[in-house]
Design a protein around this ligand. Sequence first.
Ligand SMILES: CC(C)(COP(=O)(O)OP(=O)(O)OC[C@H]1O[C@@H](n2cnc3c(N)ncnc32)[C@H](O)[C@@H]1OP(=O)(O)O)[C@@H](O)C(=O)NCCC(=O)NCCS
Length: 415
Amino acid sequence: MTSLAKSLEDVLPKGERFTLANLQSIPKLSKPVVHQSERPHTVKTVHFIVLFHNQTPVLATEVYVYLTIAKTLKRTIYVSKVDTTGLTKVKVGSVVQRILEWLLEYPITQYLRDLKVKHTYKTVLKPHPSFTSPIQRALHILVERAKGEKDYGIPQIVESETYQVPPRFLSLANSDYETDLVLFTRAENQYLFPNSNKNNGKHILDDGALLKWWLKSINRSVKKSFRSSQKYLDILNSEPRQISRYFPEDDWNIGSIYYRPERAHELAVYNIPLLPDDPKGRFLEHLVVENRAKKVSLGQFWTELAIRQEFRLGRVVGLIGVTGTCNESASGPLSMLKWKDFENARKVFTETDYSDSSEVEAIYNKVVEYGVELQEMTGKQDKATTASITESHKRPVTDLGMLVKRKKPTTKQLS
Ligand SMILES: CC(C)(COP(=O)(O)OP(=O)(O)OC[C@H]1O[C@@H](n2cnc3c(N)ncnc32)[C@H](O)[C@@H]1OP(=O)(O)O)[C@@H](O)C(=O)NCCC(=O)NCCS
């Protein structure tokens, strides 16, 4: 695999034009994934990958990658969000599968090489009477500058988090360390594209179908990109028999990579990861607020988590975890952006009204303005293979040329 764009061409309909925005934040040091007293160095990177059909966004995937560096190195790949706009129909299951494979095979040495350390700035002022307003402070600075100190009041670097990755990790191949792939599945009308649920072409899977959809893609990606793996699925409040019915193959296990019976008595806070928008992390934060973080064991954590609202009311929330070692390929081109630029470019996608054609049409050029390099692709998959949404159950789909004010959503409100 040379690049994600090349790999995607094989699963996109033949002759059709697509574009890829493959955004990555510059790796930086962050808080550890799992709270630990010795605070291992942790490198965090976010990938935000968007597929366009012609110039219309189709699908976005957001994935966090953490490298925990202690005696050994561990990679945690957390798939946080996937969403479609419903503005143009492409079968996205195999696209997501290819994206996962690309991430799993991404060489970690690249993250380590691009690691940026954080500087702490401080404004050092001369002794002064206490300021009663920001204006008074600004005046003080201006007066000192007028006296001749032209850089007075400019924040200076007082501390640099100088961190040298131990050289032995800089030559690691993906097969030399452990990777955890984690995500939870919970159907929503939209995760990343506001008002996209109003688009008639959006196919919103319900909880059960979504879990099967994920397991199919993940199972295929794991077969392709993991060298060895253990695969876990848990659905809280479900009987083992019900859970195993979802297994895409027999080699899956019931359970979680964040629970081991022999560790049930240990404190949850030292075993459960704190990942963005993750129900486990939310509950952990709740325990901190309630001052119970140092009291709740891992076993008790899972029991209490199951009775939380988001896992009840008949919802099927799948907790998927795969652990093992991976293959490695060259990563190919991508747009690596500073955190601020990354956030701004991401916002172009996540702060657009996808039911408004003029807003959608502006996205492509806005993204280019933020310095994102867009990669052109031409689909190679035979139409016969791609067109598996049978005419009988196909709903009307609108493409960019046909963007019109839409009818009321026909899809069921899930949340
Ligand atoms: C999850 C999501 C991205 C999947 O998109 P999708 O369009 O259903 O995915 P696919 O293109 O892979 O299609 C899946 C199946 O639905 C069928 N399908 C797709 N569009 C269809 C339509 N309009 N009508 C009927 N069937 C359709 C496909 O043929 C495919 O069937 P198959 O498995 O038998 O081949 C989409 O449901 C979505 O955006 N949901 C909202 C956000 C969300 O819940 N994200 C999940 C976060 S965990």
